[in-house]
Design a protein around this ligand. Structure first.
Ligand SMILES: [Zn+2]
Length: 260
């Protein structure tokens, strides 16, 4: 490698980059330590275990920062609750299932309620079914219902962090209408998300949905990474949905022999 000019140049570039990053880090670290120390000053009792804990956190951060920008930061991974997944999927299936002729399947639409944690990570905590529409696309038509949901979400100490709708059997993407809707959401709140679900993709290998955002400048949409919280995995989802299927039809989940 030593006699290769190009790799030498790369090495120099990397050195230069490292230097820059180190300088930035130093600045950030100093600021962090300074705030850290300042907050410690205010703490009445000294816990010996604390300083080492805090030191570890600082080291972790400094290791994390120099990584190239392509790598997703954990704060950019949207955390979706199990109940949101089940609610969105069952809402979508209610208006597009095998008991309904395929040409009568319609899309559903709803709101997503979430919160931000200390790392600014978005947690989608709940879903609010708002309506179902034409086979072409669904929209929230009734403003009164929107206000009602808005207040319910607020009372749960959550906020509207985006919306969801279904594409029964035609895949995960953003149509022109979807892009327009998402642009309006992002104008209200920059981090708003659009969840698109196709319940027919729930086959044991997929959650059947993707989360999208709009690049308003380039007029292009892109998928953002997400994670379903807890132990829910794609394998178990079809069985779970089958179990809650009667809810979709408004029946009891299981027969209670003493109540029958
Ligand atoms: Zn759509």
């Amino acid at each position: 490698m030593d006699n290769n000019n190009e790799s030498n140049k790369k090495l120099i570039d990397v050195k230069d980059l490292k230097k820059k990053i180190k300088k930035e880090l130093k600045k950030e670290l100093l600021e962090e330590i300074y705030t850290e120390l300042k907050s410690e000053e205010k703490e009445p009792t000294i816990d010996i275990s604390k300083p080492t804990q805090k030191k570890t956190i600082i080291i972790e951060k400094s290791v994390e920062k120099p990584v190239p920008t392509e790598i997703v930061k954990s704060a950019d991974i949207i955390q979706v609750s199990v109940s949101s997944v089940l609610k969105v999927a069952s809402h979508a299936l209610k208006y597009a299932n095998s008991n309904i002729p395929r040409d009568e399947w319609v899309e559903v639409i709803g709101l997503l309620a979430g919160k931000l944690d200390n790392d600014e990570t978005l947690h989608v905590e709940d879903a609010y079914p708002m309506g179902h529409g034409s086979a072409i696309y669904a929209e929230i038509k009734d403003y009164k219902n929107y206000v009602r949901a808005f207040n319910d979400i607020k009372n749960k100490k959550l906020f509207i962090c985006g919306w969801y709708h279904s594409h029964p059997s035609y895949g995960l993407f953003m149509s022109t209408e979807d892009f327009g809707t998402q642009t309006r959401y992002q104008t209200l709140w920059n981090k708003s998300i659009a969840l698109v679900i196709d319940p027919y993709l729930i086959d044991g290998t997929s959650f059947g949905f993707d989360i999208f955002k709009a690049n308003i400048k380039t007029k292009k949409w892109f998928a953002v990474p997400f994670q379903v919280k807890g132990a829910l995995n794609t394998k178990i989802l079809p069985d779970l949905l089958k179990f809650i299927d009667p809810i979709i039809e408004g029946k009891a989940i299981y027969l209670e022999y003493d109540e029958d």
